[in-house]
Design a protein around this ligand. Sequence first.
Ligand code: MG
Length: 214
Amino acid sequence: MSDLSSTLQSIILDLDGTLYVNEGVSHEIEQVACELVASGRGLSTAQGCRILRSTRAMLTEELGSEPALSLVCAELGIELPEFHQALQDRVRPERYLNNDTALQHLLGSLAERYRLFVYSNNNYPLVQKILALLGVEHLFSRLYTIEFCWRPKPDSEALEQVLNDIGGPPESFLFVGDRQHIDLLPPAQRGIATLLVRQVADLLQIHKLLGLLH
Ligand SMILES: [Mg+2]
């Protein structure tokens, strides 16, 4: 890890929970899933939420870690395109997110030296909208969203396609995310450097890792 700064070319960042942390947006995303579960079964949204939560708990037990929301929805018979269309129609990040100058500085200094990418289970229209609200959309070379191959993280085939598309050896990548099993385990299994973050300020760890702090 110590010589990562000499081999690194591409930093691949998760979006939700990594480049911003916001209760309002995550609640709206969860609510959309609850509403789809409910409407498919003729239930109230509250009942839909209970089913979603118990299914998530069951899968967490089975898998040994909390699954991505896409996987919980798939388990409940909600197709990915249907889920993402509903997210696009109903989630309003503009209610919660603003220009983030700290994030702009953190990512801006990295973008001077490395290529930055987003790799997210979220869909392209929402990812683009969120990045624009935060004021960082111009800093990324490419956005890998659910539309790229419709295989939510963690997925080794999708990861392979992302890595091939970016190009470069394992030591040229750094993956950054807020969920170990979903964002970081598959690249780590390929010997790729990873960094777990819990809040936006943790992104400063990237600069420390690369020796960019004086
Ligand atoms: Mg995340």
